[in-house]
Design a protein around this ligand. Structure first.
Ligand code: SAM
Ligand code: SF4
Length: 450
């Protein structure tokens, strides 16, 4: 590529996995001498890092590409890249619907991004969605936005086959990253001042199960990984997402309970409270079992906060099934929940199941679920008032002179005082709002140990 105007802009859609892939894309482009910009008019390369989980993700991509078309017409040297899960899934369709796209790069082919951009200069549009297995994407450099917290990928892909989910199609089978590589990355991050890491994978607690070893008793497992990361000097907080409830084994709970840096928060996706629906979703647990696992975790780690994912309107979901979901939510007392309206994903089994639920019924159930969970979240937040908690300062708050911080249980606390990002402070919670807390500092911030 020509050396002038070497700025890039990345727009990210979707989950943390995608956010982290965007950091990798930024890292690759920066290593080639480019710098980031927020202004599309100033960018030589614009990357849309896409998500395929729900239908509106497709609409967002084509909407964005439509907006970029006049810019590309005016500036033919602009390079437009589509990356991520939709690039993997809809390869040909993207090039057909938006022939002004220069590069379509699949989730496994990120290491080839620069080559593809270079080839696009001379040979026109490029596409690479092959399944490369030689290079784990995390071996790429990363351009991380926040010097305090970082995501660390521990595995890609998923070996489950939930009938609603596109992930196994676009991210492939589970591939665990070597434990030594993960630890080296965490140590490097700690040396650079990062104090909190979030271990990322579609199904983190099956980490290591795909690794071939001569003696299976020596296979590295997720609990081992938690313990090892816990020993990295400079790291003060460890989080992970997402675990599958089924694989939340006693050794993982034990490792969490005994590793002091592992935060008291888990994301524990329920999906549905109806056994009939869980079966049709091909989730391997049922409602009572899920709730008993939750009891077991809360017994071992009493301070734990729990978030979840719930899908409303899975094909065939009846009012009775939905009542079971409301009942499970009522009993589980989640601290927060991501609620989704079911979206048929072409290629998944659920997309062709009979009895797709009408949109207005889904909406009405969804509203009821959100209302219930909002009440429960508010009640769980109110319980924090008066507590003294350790927070990690993340940066400036929205209001001038204020600070945004986070508890170990993943609650956001807004503080009036201005504190340096990366420091820890003890705060007293003074007020609870729907999605955050307010607090005041009671103990001066300690600079993070680096
Ligand atoms: N691996 C994670 C797990 O099993 O919890 C989920 C990854 S997915 C990116 C995040 C959430 O999106 C899922 O837990 C599910 O609730 C939701 N989701 C996935 N496919 C969906 C679909 N077709 N329609 C609506 N929501 C969906
Ligand atoms: Fe999708 Fe299920 Fe795998 Fe999660 S566990 S990524 S929902 S197939």
């Amino acid at each position: 590529m020509a050396m002038e105007d070497r700025r890039y802009l990345i727009r990210t859609f979707g989950c943390q996995m995608n956010e982290h892939d965007s950091e990798r894309i930024g890292g690759v482009l920066m290593a080639d001498g480019m710098t980031p910009t927020d202004d599309p008019g100033d960018a030589r390369v614009i990357v849309l890092n896409t998500c395929a989980i729900r239908e509106n993700a497709d609409n967002k991509l084509y909407g964005n590409l439509g907006h970029l078309k006049p810019l590309k017409d005016r500036r033919p040297d602009l390079r437009i890249v589509v990356a991520g899960c939709l690039a993997q899934k809809d390869q040909g369709e993207i090039q057909r619907k938006a022939p002004w796209v220069d590069v379509v790069v699949g989730t496994h082919a990120l290491p080839h991004l620069l080559d593809l951009l270079n080839r696009a200069e001379t040979d026109g549009p490029q596409m690479d969605v092959q399944e490369y297995t030689d290079l784990f994407p995390s071996a790429l450099p990363a351009a991380r936005g926040d010097g305090v917290r970082a995501w660390v990928s521990i595995a890609t892909g998923c070996d489950n086959a939930c009938t609603f989910c596109i992930v196994p199609f676009v991210r492939g089978a589970q591939r665990s990253r070597a434990m030594g590589d993960i630890l080296a990355e965490v140590q490097g991050l700690a040396a650079g001042g990062v104090v909190e890491v979030t271990l990322l994978g579609q199904n983190v607690n099956t980490y290591g199960r795909d690794v071939t070893v001569l003696d299976s008793s020596r296979r590295p497992l997720f609990a081992d990984l938690l313990r090892m990361v816990n020993q990295v000097d400079g790291i003060e907080r460890i989080r992970f997402t997402s675990p599958h409830p089924h694989d939340f084994t006693p050794d993982v709970i034990e490792a969490m309970a005994t590793s002091e840096k592992v935060c008291e928060h888990i994301h524990f996706p329920l999906q549905s409270g109806s056994d009939r629906v869980l079966k049709a979703m091909q989730r391997s647990y049922r409602r009572e079992r899920y709730l008993s696992w939750l009891d077991r975790i809360r017994e071992a780690i009493p301070a734990i906060a729990v978030s979840t994912d719930i899908i409303v309107g899975f094909p065939g979901e009846t009012e009775e099934d939905f009542a079971d979901t409301l009942d499970a939510v009522e009993r589980a007392r989640f601290d927060s929940a991501y609620t989704f309206q079911y979206s048929p994903r072409p290629g998944t089994r659920a997309a062709t199941m009979p009895d797709q639920v009408p949109k207005e019924v889904v909406q009405e159930r969804f509203d009821r679920l959100v209302a219930l969970q909002t009440e429960i979240t508010a009640e769980r937040n109110r319980r924090q008032v008066g507590e003294r908690l350790e927070v990690l300062v993340e940066g400036d708050g929205k209001r001038e002179g204020s600070t945004q911080s986070r508890t170990r249980t993943n609650r956001i606390v807004h503080l009036r005082e201005q504190l340096p990002a990366g420091s820890f402070a003890t705060v007293e919670i003074t007020e609870a709002a729907a999605h955050h807390l307010l607090g005041r500092v009671v103990e001066a911030p300690q600079p993070a140990a680096v």
